[in-house]
Design a protein around this ligand. Structure first.
Ligand code: NAP
Length: 495
């Protein structure tokens, strides 16, 4: 007997609804390939209802005192915190991300995000402009209106929260399209939000990119687009924004370099490299440090320790507390990752250091499991070193001098994150300043934290969303008001 299938609804105007067409999408659990849920397959008609509902809700939401909006976000944070374990389990089930290493930490960050923005509502301040004694010129930070938000599947709740919390805090309303493969946990968060906000302030719709995402991007009542996903789809979103000159935020792909200098403590740095490469998230992370530039002097030793430590990672059921590394999201991504591995195995100039194609039998063959794989290559000019694989495939390239390695690090159309590992802080800072990426970490490989202005250079994105400045820049528009105070009275005797 197959697993019980649970029917989920999407949220439009405070109601839990099916799509108007009645069509549904089946949700597969990537660790056993069984369908376990359905969500509505929303299309243009549903998008239209959602956007109109958010447009209506905007008329009163932006007038709610900022302090009250902040209080609401704090209540939402408390409620999510109470339910975070249940939501973490949903994330693990729908994405394949291990509960211990990924899904639970993701939910902790989601609570932080709502709390952080809940505390920022009084920071929606404007400026005064010194134009003289008889002029009052000031700016107001006004909300933009209805935000159309589209999110991917790899950290669905965290990436959703980074849009919901700042957009609502600053007085916007939001229509969010969840990723087709991971809509359930973010639906649960949106459901919690409904208890505290008026209908239409946050609509959460489900459907495919072309049938639901595209009509949202092109809807004439959308005032701002906020997208997280691949660079290819980001370009489609930017075109949609260009049609109506909409402000747009894009958080896109990456192929981030990790540069290791020869002076590091190797054992310690190996742990950092594993963290930066996001191996315990199957490297399905935009910030994965997937190009490892290792100084030639330490190359062999370092790789030896790295392989040994990767061998200790437990790969298995994402819901098992002993698991470090879960599964790839779906068959499409799994096939794509395997194709890159085949390419590496067939390339004459490449040596496979560990890993390879996933096992064809045994428990790991029952889901979309892959194994950590490292290829050695001397060239940065290679498909595996250039393209975002979004799987646990690391290319390790030796280097000899700093100028050469910085040049290789920057030789990418991406510029999202970077990692520098050295005990010499002067060197570390010099490298950090030379690297063309929106976020460089020196001697650590951590994930995003609230308050840090996160976003990409080059084709990795446009705009920032994680911080106060991100909220002000991405979710408000400045209005300048200039008043001439020097108006003569009609009749001097009036005075
Ligand atoms: P994706 O294919 O670009 O999809 C992202 C979202 O866009 C999904 O909801 C998708 O719907 C939707 N979409 C697809 N085609 C569309 C269209 N024509 N019009 C409107 N929406 C459309 O990306 P993904 O595979 O889900 O996620 C992986 C990518 O996201 C990687 O490149 C990764 O680097 C990037 N990412 C970036 C960040 C960052 O912060 N910079 C964070 C996380 C992920 P469906 O789900 O139905 O396909």
């Amino acid at each position: 007997m197959g697993e019980k299938i649970t029917d989920y609804k999407m949220i439009i105007d405070g109601e839990f609804v099916d799509s108007k067409s009645g069509a549904k999408i089946q949700i597969e659990c990537p660790s056993n390939k069984a369908f376990f849920a359905t969500v509505p397959r929303g299309d243009k008609e549903d998008v239209d209802l959602a956007v109109n509902s958010s447009k209506k809700a905007f008329q009163s939401w932006y007038k709610v005192m900022p302090k009250e909006r902040g209080k609401i976000l704090l209540q939402i944070a408390d409620d999510i915190e109470k339910n975070k374990e249940e939501i973490a389990k949903i994330i693990a089930k729908e994405t394949g991300n291990a509960i211990k290493t990924q899904a639970r930490p993701e939910m902790n960050l989601v609570v932080d995000i709502f709390r952080y923005f809940g505390g920022l509502s009084s920071e929606l301040k404007g400026e005064t402009i010194p134009l003289g004694e008889h002029v009052l010129s000031y700016t107001r930070r006004e909300p933009i209106g209805v935000v159309g938000a589209i999110i991917p599947w790899n950290a669905p709740v965290m990436l959703g929260a980074c849009k919901i919390a700042p957009a609502l805090c600053s007085g916007n309303t939001l229509v969010m399209k969840a990723a087709e493969d991971a809509p359930l946990a973010i639906l649960k968060v949106a459901e919690i939000c409904q208890k505290y906000i008026p209908p239409g302030v946050l609509n959460l719709i489900t459907g495919t990119g072309s049938e639901c995402g595209e009509p949202l991007a092109y809807h004439p009542l959308i005032n701002k687009l906020s997208f997280t996903g691949s660079t290819a789809v980001g370009k489609i979103i930017m075109k949609a924004a260009a049609e109506r000159i909409l402000p747009v935020s894009l958080e896109l792909g990456g192929k981030s370099p990790s540069i290791v200098y020869p002076d590091v403590n190797e054992e310690w740095t190996v742990d950092g490299i594993i963290a930066a490469m996001r191996f315990t998230r199957q490297s399905q992370s935009c910030t994965a440090g997937s190009r490892l530039f290792l100084h030639r002097k330490i190359y062999d030793n370092f790789i030896g320790s790295l392989v040994e430590k990767l061998g200790n990672l437990v790969i298995g059921d994402p819901l098992d507390e002993g698991t470090d590394m879960g599964t790839i999201i779906n068959n499409k991504q799994y096939t794509k990752v395997c194709d890159y591995i085949k390419d590496g195995l067939e390339n004459k100039n490449t040596e496979v250091i560990c890993g390879g194609l996933p096992p064809k039998s045994g428990p790991l063959s029952e889901g979309y499991y892959t194994i950590p794989t490292i290829f050695r290559n001397t060239s940065n000019e290679w498909r595996l070193a250039k393209e975002e694989i979004f799987g646990p495939v690391l290319v390790a390239i030796p280097w000899d001098n700093e100028e050469e390695v910085i040049k290789m690090a920057n030789d990418s159309h991406y510029g999202l994150a970077a990692y520098v590992w050295t005990r010499d802080i002067t060197r570390g800072i010099r490298a950090a300043h030379s690297i063309e990426s929106g976020w460089v970490q020196v001697n650590q490989g951590l994930g995003q934290a609230t308050g840090h202005s996160y976003g990409g250079f080059k084709q990795s994105g446009l705009g920032r969303e994680f911080s106060l400045e991100g909220m002000l820049d991405s979710f408000t528009q400045r209005k300048n008001i200039t008043i001439n105070l020097n108006t003569p009275s009609k009749d001097l005797e009036d005075l």
